[in-house]
Design a protein around this ligand. Structure first.
Ligand SMILES: *Cc1c(COP(=O)(O)O)cnc(C)c1O
Length: 512
């Protein structure tokens, strides 16, 4: 309401009440004005009412919400369902224009503003997370894999005659498939085992560059966040190689934004050598639904070119989700999330160590990986059936996100390339192990529940593997209904599944 409306209100209510209410409203509007004026991520998080006030105002700036608007085009942001309209705060124009996701939408000033501001917020977030000197970043309404494809395609315009992408092996299919989807030939660089840790093979990278010729290589594509016992790639050393041979350097930073270590590696790499762009997931780092990624870089033109090759318009939903989330958290709330995660990683590692000790196993030493942990399962002797069963038993106990990897996992073909021992990031890892991650948003309760269930499951599986002929002994009168965190589980079923003997594997025990 404007000042005139308030003046009219004073004809209906005592003016002191109206003045006070007017002031209260102005306080919210000042918060909004300050944000738009300075275009910086607010230190304090906003309450939902302020965020909604802003969203409603922005929505009213889109042509589909204009009073008396007469749409005669084929795309007029119409809603057949009011539920859908409300789900999107009545903004339906999406983002971008034919051929550029960051371009302004003439029919949708409000949506365009949200998109611009969301990109500013996310750039601030990446700087705060540790990549302090990035030039820019933008949200792509596609998950990380397709975001990486976009980067490859943008680089192709600069290096049209290249054919290869050097890729230190990580057994997660997305990035490998992205290389194929973009039309390049992946050159897999084997990892090297250092202690328990799998690390980047720098010697092989240089050998391959010499063998294939730098001018034929589109880029080197490294990975930060990954399952232990793989460590984040040696970004600094690779960046120096990239600079030496004038080869672009793309980094898959899928969930690395939440790790000070990954972000430090990125920042350092750009300082000592060459790092062009890095891509991260919006859902894994900001706790929003799957659907977006952020492309960030140290080269403003390249980031801009990347946004320009996106054909057509795009969904505004990923940007809107990030916009709302970052305003709601504020810098303070986000920093607290990062600090809590770090604590939780430490706690998870202590608790897994205890369970490991109890069962004669150990936490693998992977000091460079500050998100994922791995615990040996040497007593399972890599027996594929038992390994799958262990994963399966955890799965039936509502434990999600752990992975059990046998020391001789089966081979797997991904996009026409045959990987030996797929899941282990290497042709041969010395032992079978289980991984767990302390990712942003994980609670102490998650850790406590996980280690309790893990302890129980290991008790059954390891004793079983010690004496295969022993029948699973269980008191006949064990209660029929067991409660797992308030969820009643039909005990007969799930207890039968604990035999580690005759169970159909229900979980993929290797990374997807
Ligand atoms: C999540 C993830 C990706 C990206 O997967 P999307 O489904 O495209 O988001 C790529 N690499 C790694 C290591 C990941 O963890």
């Amino acid at each position: 309401m404007n000042a005139e409306s308030f003046a009219h209100c004073e004809k209906l209510l005592p003016s002191s009440y109206v003045k006070q209410a007017h002031q209260a409203l102005r306080a919210r509007e000042t918060v909004i004005r300050t944000f738009i004026e300075h275009r910086r991520w607010p230190e304090e998080g906003w309450d939902d009412a302020t965020i909604e006030l802003l969203l409603h105002e922005f929505a009213m700036m889109d042509s589909n919400n204009f009073h008396g608007n007469c749409g005669v085009g084929e795309r007029e942001a119409r809603f057949a369902s009011d539920l859908v309209a409300r789900r999107h705060y009545r903004m339906g124009h999406g983002i971008g224009r034919s051929g550029d996701v960051t371009a302004i939408q003439p029919k949708a000033a409000g949506s365009s503003l949200i998109n611009k501001l969301a990109n500013i917020l996310v750039t601030d977030a990446i700087k705060i997370a540790g990549a302090r000197t990035i030039s820019s970043s933008f949200i792509v309404p596609m998950a990380t894999g397709m975001g990486i494809v976009l980067c490859f395609l943008a680089l192709r315009n600069l290096r049209p005659n290249t054919k290869y992408i050097l890729w230190p092996r990580i057994d997660q299919k997305t990035c490998f498939k992205a290389i194929n989807t973009a039309g390049f030939t992946p050159i897999v660089i084997d990892n090297v085992l250092e202690g328990d840790e799998l690390r980047t093979n720098l010697v092989q990278i240089e050998e391959k560059i010499q063998e294939l010729g730098a001018k034929n290589i589109l880029c080197i594509c490294c990975t930060t966040s990954c399952f232990a016992p793989r460590a984040p790639d040696r970004l600094e050393e690779v960046a120096i190689i990239c600079k030496k041979y004038d080869i672009p350097h793309v980094v898959n930073n899928a969930y690395g934004l939440q790790s000070a270590k990954c972000m430090h590696l990125i920042q350092q790499a750009s300082r000592v050598g060459r790092l062009d762009v890095f891509v991260q997931s919006t859902d894994k780092n900001f706790q929003v639904p799957v659907g977006g990624s952020v492309i960030a870089g140290y080269n403003k033109e390249l980031v801009e070119e990347t946004s320009k090759i996106y054909p057509g318009r795009a969904s505004a939903a990923p940007s809107l989700d990030v916009f709302i989330t970052l305003l709601s958290q504020g810098v303070k709330g986000y920093k607290k999330m990062l600090a809590d995660r770090k604590e939780m990683f430490k706690y998870l590692s202590e608790e897994i160590t205890k369970v490991a000790d109890t069962h004669g196993e150990r936490l693998l030493k992977t000091k460079n990986n500050t998100i994922s942990l791995a615990m040996s399962l040497s007593q399972l002797h890599g027996d594929t059936k038992q390994v799958t069963e262990l994963g399966s038993m955890l799965f039936t106990r509502f434990v999600s996100g752990t992975r059990v990897v046998a020391h001789d996992s089966p081979d797997k073909e991904v996009a026409g390339y045959k990987f030996k021992n797929y899941g282990a990031h290497t042709d041969q890892y010395p032992c079978t192990y289980l991984t767990a991650a302390a990712a942003i948003g994980m609670t102490k309760h998650d850790v406590d529940t996980f280690v309790k269930r893990l302890d129980k499951v290991l008790g059954k599986c390891i004793s079983k593997s010690g004496d295969k002929n022993q029948v699973n002994q269980k008191p006949a009168d064990e209660t029929l209904v067991k409660h797992i965190d308030g969820l009643s589980v039909n005990d007969k079923d799930s207890e039968d599944k604990d035999t580690c003997e005759n169970e159909e594997p229900v979980m993929d025990s290797v990374p997807q």
